[in-house]
Design a protein around this ligand. Structure first.
Ligand code: S3P
Length: 433
């Protein structure tokens, strides 16, 4: 479905983004193998949640959805470390890379046969990165394309720990190995080339698992049990990023984004925007679900171009498309490099972002591992594609909010993967002046 976005003379809003997708997925998966019952609130919304919960239910986990005191609550009945059962059909991870890679860590460890697959985007994404270490741990696993693509088939169990130097700074890869490590004999260590989001190791430790961090090395040992953990999920900084860029890049804006998770392994977008000169206040810092969270207030800012590269990249990977929109409105050049992982997300996000921004009149070009954006363009509304990718659809919508005239986004329903209320919130952000 196409959606058309028009600019607005003023943006003024208080937004509460959906629950953090990464934390929600881990809260469901780790509680599913805990001893006991856990209640998870502010769970992420959208198609990716259906994917994760569907896979866990396929493994015999009972998950109830209810409204308690007006709050949507997921009750997860933990099966213990040995309680999952063989799925009678394939598991479906939809569009969700996190679901496929984290659940694969579980499947490799279980003494039964299982198959996991996903939509056409996910079936094109690299899986060798997880199959290589899982095979080293002793898993029997096969995939299409010589073990590089889904569907993946597991004849699991009997794993032993390994020490694994990760070739990419991927939290999904790290989490897959650590989850398999919970079921493996001996110690499982991963060495990270750069720090990525640390929700898995944090949550495992809070549930009583023995997880050590020594610089870039993380080590986990098989626990006798995991204790269930009630979790109130903070709001997703990756959803907040659209509003932060809208507020900073629009000429007349003030937006408050409430209850956002500010785990330092996720706040690359704040660091980069501040480096660009964005006017963002962090207020009301508190702990929510063992994670720091805060309200973020952003106002119209004079942005300048920056270089985005190196260790910050894994901390800002999902926010780079919308940061490119901000860069198109900055003074001077922005260079994004070391971000070739963007090419293997839900779409090739380097090509998708550059195509979209160029279509709106920005001066931007692709490089192998990033892009170069010349700031100061006046964007003009046009037809742009989402490439079936939620973050591209929403990034283009934010560009449309700043552009002159009408911007029409094709396949806009892609946003439903992580942020179904996005379009309504976008209209609500336009102040009547
Ligand atoms: C995620 C990790 C990141 C990110 C994805 C969610 C996670 O992927 O892009 O949206 O929840 O672990 P990689 O770890 O593959 O970089």
């Amino acid at each position: 479905m196409e959606r058309t976005v028009h600019g607005s003379a003023r943006l003024e809003a208080t937004v509460v983004p959906p629950g953090d997708k990464s934390i929600s997925h881990r809260a469901a998966l780790l509680n599913a193998i805990s001893d006991g019952q856990a209640k998870v609130t502010n769970f992420c919304v959208g198609d990716d949640r259906t994917s994760m919960l569907g896979c866990l239910r396929g493994l015999g986990v009972e998950i109830e959805e209810s409204v308690e005191d007006g709050i949507e609550t997921f009750t997860i009945n933990g099966m213990g470390l040995d309680g999952l059962s063989e799925p009678s059909d394939y598991l479906y991870a939809g569009n969700s890379g996190t679901t496929m890679r984290l659940v694969s860590g579980l499947l490799a460890s279980q003494p039964f046969f299982s198959v996991i697959t996903g939509d056409s985007s996910l079936r094109g994404r690299p899986m060798k990165r997880i199959l290589t270490p899982l095979s080293m741990m002793g898993a029997q696993v096969m995939g299409r394309g010589g073990g590089s693509l889904a569907p993946l088939a597991f004849d699991g169990g009997g794993l032993h720990g390994i020490e694994y130097e990760m070739p990419v700074a991927s939290a999904q890869l790290k989490s897959c190995i650590l989850i398999a490590g919970l079921f493996s004999e001996g110690e499982t260590s991963v060495i990270q080339p750069a720090e990525s989001r640390d929700h898995t190791e944090r949550m495992m430790a809070s549930m009583g698992a023995d997880v050590d961090k020594d610089g870039p090395r993380l080590t986990v040992r098989r626990p006798s049990r995991l204790a269930s953990l009630d979790i109130q999920v903070p709001c997703d900084i990756s959803g907040a990023a659209f509003w932060l860029v809208a507020g900073a890049a629009h000429p007349n804006a003030r937006i408050t984004v409430q209850g956002v998770g500010i785990n330092p392994s996720r706040t690359g977008v704040l660091d980069v925007l501040r480096d660009m000169g964005a006017n963002i206040a962090v207020e009301n810092v508190r702990e929510v679900g063992n994670e720091p969270s805060a309200d973020l207030v952003v106002e119209t800012s004079n942005l300048r171009g920056v270089e985005i590269s190196g260790d910050v990249i894994p901390r800002v990977i999902d926010e780079l498309p919308v940061l490119a929109v901000a860069a198109s409105q900055a003074t001077g050049q922005t260079v994004i490099r070391d971000a070739s992982e963007l090419r293997v997300k839900e779409s090739d996000r380097i090509a998708a972002t550059v195509t979209g921004l160029a279509g709106l009149g920005a001066k931007v070009r692709e490089t192998e591992d990033g892009m170069i954006i010349e700031g100061g363009s006046r964007l003009r509304g046009a037809e742009v594609a989402s490439f079936g990718d939620h973050r591209i659809a929403m990034s283009m919508a934010i560009a449309g909010l700043i552009a002159d005239g009408a911007t029409t986004i094709g396949d806009s329903e892609a946003a439903d993967v992580s942020y179904p209320a996005f379009w309504d919130e976008l209209e609500n952000a336009k102040a009547r002046v």
